[in-house]
Design a protein around this ligand. Structure first.
Ligand SMILES: Cc1ncc(COP(=O)(O)O)c(C=O)c1O
Length: 494
């Protein structure tokens, strides 16, 4: 299908029907939800943890609700609802493929539960032998590193002082290991510094070395336009993975996009219902991808939600999203750079190749303490630690090999109190200056010591907790069966 064609089951969008980012913000599920603070008051949550997972677009929720009366198990059902649901679910694959600019006549879109599952699937399916080489980088999330280590020899390309990938070293590795390199696996954007790699240049070098390129787009696809490009273009991306829960559709779907021909070969990594055309007692004849790679009953609602979220992002325009996030990042760094006592990681002025991820530390304060204060005194959701990218974080923090060995020993002995780390505030397309201002003003309080709570560290986790902060979660959410337990929401309870 040409990249521009609308898949079946999707209403053709009137191009004049654009959404603004203000529309999108108003429609974020839970945008005004108050959370409890240490002083007993409540304030609307400031959601700055979008790199981990985003809240849902209201439009995604409504699309899922609209679809639910038509819900049925898909594929092989003969009833109306099953046939309709099959059309909808299959079309969701096409929506995702179009969004990343894949040539759908030659590539399959395989739904998984997240990017981690995508990388594991690719690593399982690539037929790697122990001597084969996969080149990855020091910047990677563990999801784009550990799966490769299970199968073959992994070479980690280093990073420069400012956190950028060392492209010279990547090219040297490609030429040094030429003939043995099967795949290059790089992140499109780092979950630590937000730095984007020049994926199309890397594709060209990778192809020239006779290997294929996998791009982990978990942090790139929510923030920048992505195109895999035509398959015969030397700059094209062979495999790409992304997660819907980082794209405002937290309903449990991810996608791996790659050549149909690749997935036609070999056995699926997971077998069971749906992956076969016919089974005899001693043989299974595999179905075509994506079915071959989606064993069991698929997550139909997750697919619908993913496609709906993409519809919203496209109605805003990914260029608009990128521009807005860069401007907001510039606004944030403009303030943070001027604050004494804040240590920022990665570039803070040249922001064109960086998504909205801000990592920092407050001098003299443990990253976990700062994150706890932001949470319980400011109602601000951030994340701290090493963010599933331990080698990169330790490199940026200049942890020496001796310190690393000592830390590993402490952690294995059950003491994480000295684990190094950072605090991460990450922006979404709906984030605005108010969110940044809330962060900055809380950090000013932390720096001048205007902290109300007493915080105690749990050595086994490294986390700090505020003494006396013990909200009753049941006041905020309880599982309930409407019409049996009543339709009242916990927050409405007297
Ligand atoms: C760059 C990157 N890759 C992969 C992942 C894994 O994504 P998921 O948790 O959706 O599997 C993440 C998650 O934060 C990430 O930031």
């Amino acid at each position: 299908m040409p990249a521009s064609a609308q898949p079946r089951m999707f209403r053709h969008r009137d191009d004049s029907a654009q959404l603004t980012l203000a529309d999108v913000r108003r429609d974020i599920v839970g945008i005004d939800t108050p959370v409890p603070l240490l002083d007993g008051t409540r304030r609307p949550y400031v959601f700055l943890d979008n790199a981990a997972s985003t809240p849902a677009f209201g439009r995604v929720l409504r699309c899922v609700q609209d679809f639910l009366p038509w819900y049925s198990g898909v594929h092989r059902g003969t009833g109306f609802k099953s046939v309709l649901a099959t059309e909808v679910f299959d079309a969701a694959h096409d929506v995702v493929g179009r969004f990343v600019g894949a040539d759908l006549s030659r590539n399959a879109v395989i739904f998984t539960k997240n990017t981690t599952e995508c990388v594991n699937k690719l690593a399982n399916r690539a037929g790697l032998r122990p001597d084969d080489i996969v080149i990855t980088t020091l910047m990677e999330h563990h999801s784009n590193d550990l799966p490769w280590r299970k199968h073959c020899t992994v070479i980690h390309v280093g990073v420069l002082e400012d956190g950028h990938l060392d492209l010279g070293q990547l090219r040297s590795a490609l030429s040094h290991y030429r003939g043995r390199v099967r795949l290059v696996a790089v992140t499109g954007a780092s979950n630590i510094t937000g730095l984007c790699s020049p994926i199309h240049d890397i594709a060209e070098w990778t192809h020239a070395a006779g290997a294929r390129l996998f791009v982990d787009a978990a942090q790139l696809a929510p923030h920048r336009p992505v195109t895999m490009m035509p398959d015969d273009d030397p700059r094209h991306i062979d495999f790409l993975a992304l997660s819907a829960h980082k794209m405002y559709a937290p309903f449990g779907t991810g996608a791996l996009v790659g050549p149909k021909q690749f997935f036609e070969q070999g056995e699926p990594d997971m077998v069971g219902g749906g992956v076969v055309d016919i089974v005899t007692l001693d043989h299974a004849h595999w179905n075509h991808p994506p079915h071959k790679e989606e064993a069991g009953t698929p997550n139909v609602l997750g697919g619908v939600a993913f496609a709906a979220a993409i519809g919203v992002l496209e109605a805003v325009g990914m260029e608009t999203v990128a521009r807005h996030e860069t401007e907001l990042l510039r606004y944030a760094y403009g303030k943070l750079r001027r604050m004494p006592g804040i240590v920022l990681y990665g570039p803070t002025e040249q922001l064109d190749d960086k998504v909205g991820t801000i990592t920092f530390n407050v001098e003299g304060k443990h990253n976990s303490l700062v994150a706890a204060i932001l949470g319980v005194e400011g109602g601000i959701g951030v994340r701290n630690g090493c963010f599933c990218a331990h080698p990169y974080v330790k490199q940026l923090l200049k942890v020496t090999p001796e310190e690393d060995t000592a830390l590993t020993g402490e952690v294995l002995a059950g003491n994480k109190s000295r684990m190094p780390g950072m605090v991460r505030a990450s922006l979404g397309c709906y984030s605005n200056e108010d969110d940044v201002d809330a962060l900055v003003s809380m950090l000013e309080r932390v720096i001048r010591g205007d902290i109300r709570g007493t915080y105690v560290q749990d050595r086994s986790t490294g986390a700090y907790h505020a003494a006396g902060y013990d909200p009753d979660f049941l006041e905020y959410f309880q599982y309930h069966v409407p019409d049996i337990h009543g339709d009242r929401r916990p927050s409405e309870a007297s």
